[in-house]
Design a protein around this ligand. Structure first.
Ligand code: KIV
Length: 275
């Protein structure tokens, strides 16, 4: 008996995403868990295990407290379920901003322990040298410019970037340096449309916007935001569902049934076999 060749589903790769520039929009969403990754997989080109997991899932006030271990655990869960989309794991605050050798070791650990196809870093002034170091050693890297959530304690808030000439020039320079260092695409977060278009025209890899207008090559949203799990979301989020309302209604219906002793009913009960 000969073994049957298993069906091979080719996963989207970093070069596939890079080749989309100027051709086809890149569709990205965040994913932190296996069931959500399984649902999103067929609809997205790229799933980001974002460090937003710290705020969205773990209730942290910002992403500064997110650890490498948290990112690895969520990366593993997403990789078990996503079969087609490229999976990228965010490098958390403190894991890549120092020596490139340390950043490389942490990124390699993420790649080995999760099986993900790349990492994302926020491209502050010292980071392009690290991106270059990692890419040359085999790690696909996604950059992130504009509003950098991991810098919130320096910036003081999650405010949009690029409103002054100085800030505009800085974002543009960081995007150019990120591309030159070898990033396969660049998240552009929280910038006005004119700057998003300028960055997109200035770099040869796809820009992935979040709160950065339709002027980018692709888009990403935090999935829990667009599913309507929170009362408040930023202006740039479009809500495609009201999961908070649906979950609350389901929880109330369940509680009512338990209190009225109508759950469980016969359909949800095991009975012993008749002798
Ligand atoms: O952590 C995250 O979810 C992100 C996206 C918002 C781009 O970085």
């Amino acid at each position: 008996m000969s073994a049957q060749r298993p069906e091979i589903i080719r996963r989207v790769s970093a070069p596939d995403i890079a080749a989309r520039k100027g051709k086809q929009p890149v569709v990205c969403l965040t994913a932190y868990t296996a069931p959500i990754a399984a649902i999103l997989d067929e609809h997205c080109d790229l799933l980001l295990v974002g460090d937003s997991v710290g705020m969205v899932v773990h209730g942290l006030p910002n992403t500064v407290g997110v650890t490498l271990e948290m990112m690895i655990l969520h990366g593993q869960a997403v990789m078990r379920a996503a079969k087609r989309a490229m999976v990228v794991v965010d490098m958390p605050f403190g894991s890549y901003e120092g020596a490139p050798e340390v950043a490389y070791a942490n990124a390699a650990r993420i790649m080995k322990e999760t099986g993900a196809q790349g990492v994302k870093v926020e491209s502050g002034p010292t980071v392009p040298a690290t991106i270059d170091y990692m890419v040359k050693r085999g790690i696909p890297v996604m950059g992130h410019v504009g509003l950098r959530p991991q810098a919130v304690l320096v910036d003081g808030s999650f405010k949009a970037k690029g409103r002054t000439d100085e800030e505009r020039a800085r974002v543009l320079e960081e995007a150019r340096a990120t591309e030159a260092a070898g990033a396969f695409c660049i998240v552009v977060e929280g910038v006005a449309e004119a700057l998003a278009r300028e960055v997109t025209a200035a770099v040869g890899v796809p820009t992935i916007g979040i709160g950065a207008s339709a002027g980018c090559d692709g888009q990403i949203l935090v999935t829990d935001d667009m599913l309507g799990l929170f009362d408040w979301t930023p202006k740039f989020v479009r809500r495609y569902a009201d999961l908070k309302g649906e979950i609350a209604a389901a929880a109330k219906a369940y509680a009512d049934d338990v209190r009225a002793r109508t759950f469980p009913g016969d359909a949800e009960t095991y009975f012993s076999k008749k002798p």
